[in-house]
Design a protein around this ligand. Sequence first.
Ligand code: DAH
Length: 345
Amino acid sequence: MLQQLEQIQKQASEELEKINDPKELQLWKVRYLGRKSRLTRVLRSLATLPLEERRKIGVRGNEVKNILESSLAEREKILEEARIASSLKYKKLDVTLPGQPLSVGRLHPITQTLEEICDIFKGMGFQVVEGPDVEWDYYNFEALNIPQEHPARDMFATLWVDAEVGSGKARLLRTHTSPVQIRLMEEKRPPIRVVVPGRCYRYEATDATHESMFYQVEGLAIDKNITMADLKGTLVEFCRCLFGEERKIRFRCDYFPFVEPGAEVAIECLACHGAGCRVCGYTGWLEILGAGMVHPDVLRRGDIDPDVYSGFAFGMGVERMPMLRYGIDDIRLFYGNDLRFLKQF
Ligand code: DAH
C-alpha cells in the first residue's frame, strides 16, 4: 500500500506539471482528490488494517493528500497569474481616451438661502448659533409664555417624542426655532445679537405650502435701550438686501405670546408688485416673518432683568423665500430629491 501511495503522488505531480487549463485542473482534482480517487480509497480502507500498519499508512496517506492539495493551489495561482498577464498584453490602455466626466455637486437651494439670510445678518453684527431639534416642552412652549392649555398650542401641531404629552418635561420635535432664544439667554449675558437657522417639525398633512419638516431662521437682539425702531431698522435692511432696494415693506400688529408688542412683516408682492394676484391672494402683500419686542417674562426666564435690558426677536420661514423669488409653487419639491429640480439652483 505504501508503494501505491508513492506511485499516486508521483503520477499526480507529473500530470499536474503539464496542466495549463483550468478545466483540466478541475478534472485532475476529481481524479486524484475526489471521492472516488485511489487516494481516498486507500484512506478509507485504513479501518480494516491491523493497528501497526494503519498508523504507518495513515500518516503517509495524509501527507500525500496535503502535498497534492498544496500543489493544486499553487498551480491554480500560476494559471490565474498567466491569465491576467495575457489579458493585459492584448488590451493596451489608451491614455488619450476621454475620461468619465465627474458630475459636480452643488448646494441645496435651501442651504443657499440659509447662507444668504445668515450672511445678511452677519453683516449687521449678528452671530450664527444653533440649537437642538429634539427639545423640551419647557423651551418650546412654557418658557415662551405658552403654558399647557394655552390656545396658542393649537397653532403648533406638535410631534411628541415622549409619552407624557404636555408636561414641561416631555420632549418634542421643536415646532419653531424660538426655543433657542431661551437657551441663549440662559447661557449668555447681554449684549446678545444672534440668528439661529434650523429645522422645525409639525404634524401636518403635507400639501403645496406645508411640509412636516421645514426651516426657520430666528433672530434675537438684547441690550440696554433696544427699541421697536431697532427692530424695524434691522428688518427693513434685511428685506431690502434679500428682495431689493425698492421693495415696499409693511409692519402690522400681530400676536405671539412671547413678544409684546408683536408684529407681522410683509413685503410688496414679488409677482404683481402690489397690484394683487393669485400669489398674494389679491392683497398685494406677502407675509414673510413674525417679530416683536421680547416679553418681559421671557427675559426673566432667561435671568435677564427687563428693567435694565430690552430686546427684539423675529422668526421667518425659509422655504417661502425661494418659492416667492423663483415662482416655485410647491414646497414639496425641495425635499423630493428630484435632481432635475435641484440642478436649476
Ligand atoms: N416662532 C413663530 C412661529 O413659528 C415665529 C415668530 C414670531 C418668532 C414672532 C419670533 C417672533 O421670534 O418674535 O410662528
